[in-house]
Design a protein around this ligand. Structure first.
Ligand SMILES: [Zn+2]
Length: 268
């Protein structure tokens, strides 16, 4: 499995690549708008991303965060095109050094390569001159930043959306911060979410609000059960069902119990 899909939406191109196509989280869409590419795809998909990039001149590469599916090919793209990425300051720091990823992620995405990038300027525009609003949205990753194109009402959402119902959480994710980040993004006007895993999502602000409210509900229910004395694993089973194979294979790095544990930290 490699190039899974190719599509366009109002001038935005998307190339979905991935070694596996099991659910949305094992494949990745590299978006291109005119001369700008947002995020890089993973290293094990490089030859497909490379062919896509060679179709037209690259003028700008923007990164949302350091994770290997989003930034893994940064160095290869710079070598190929001479274009250095722009990224949030924390992302620049993270990708400057190589970092290890767990085995399951290595199997799905390959290992990320270290790379140099420049820090986002304060007044930030696409290479076509369109204004961009960078919105810092930690919680999934400390450096994660979403990019809003206010004139179009489009949000490049990094991993903030993914689905309107969240079932599992990575051990290093933080639900209270994710909720705050969603609230921050919802202060802006947008209708379309460009999600690198889900694709183009219409009624994006509504869908993101649904995700927010769903998490708040789970958090409320989880805290009630906790007060009744139930342990985290039992609460997860009751509210979200059994852990899946992915959870087991990841050593519960991606799991329902992580979601519940972090929901217990939400303040009401
Ligand atoms: Zn990520």
């Amino acid at each position: 499995m490699a190039v899974i899909d190719r599509f366009s939406f109002e001038g935005l191109e998307g190339l979905r690549v991935g070694r596996f196509n099991i659910g949305i989280n094992t494949s990745f869409i590299v978006y291109r708008l005119d001369g700008t590419v947002i995020d890089t795809g993973s290293t094990n998909q490089w030859r497909y991303v490379k062919a896509y990039l060679q179709e037209k001149p690259l003028e700008q590469l923007i990164l949302t965060h350091h994770h290997e599916d989003h930034a893994g090919n940064t160095g290869s793209i710079t070598e190929l095109t001479g274009i250095k990425a722009v990224a949030p300051e924390l992302t620049v720091e993270k990708i400057r050094h190589s970092f290890k990823t767990p085995l399951l992620q290595k199997i799905i995405w390959g290992s990320p390569r270290k790379a140099d990038a420049d820090v986002l300027p304060d007044d930030f525009q696409l290479s076509n001159g369109e204004q961009v609003t960078a919105i810092h949205t930690p919680g999934h990753a400390q450096d994660m930043t979403c990019y809003l194109l206010p004139e179009r009402g489009w949000l490049f959402s990094a991993d903030l959306y993914l689905a309107n119902k969240l079932k599992i959480l990575r051990a290093d994710e933080n639900i209270p911060e994710i909720l705050k980040s969603i609230e921050r993004v919802l202060e802006y006007d947008f209708d379309i979410i460009c999600c690198p895993h889900r694709g183009i999502v219409h009624d994006g602000a509504t869908k993101l609000k649904e995700k927010h409210d769903y998490i708040v509900n789970i958090a409320g229910d989880a805290q009630k059960l906790r007060e009744e004395g139930l342990p985290v694993k039992q609460i997860a089973l009751k509210l979200l069902g059994k852990e899946d194979l992915f959870a087991k294979l990841s050593g519960y790095n991606f799991s329902r119990r992580n979601l519940i544990a972090s929901c217990l930290d939400v303040e009401f």
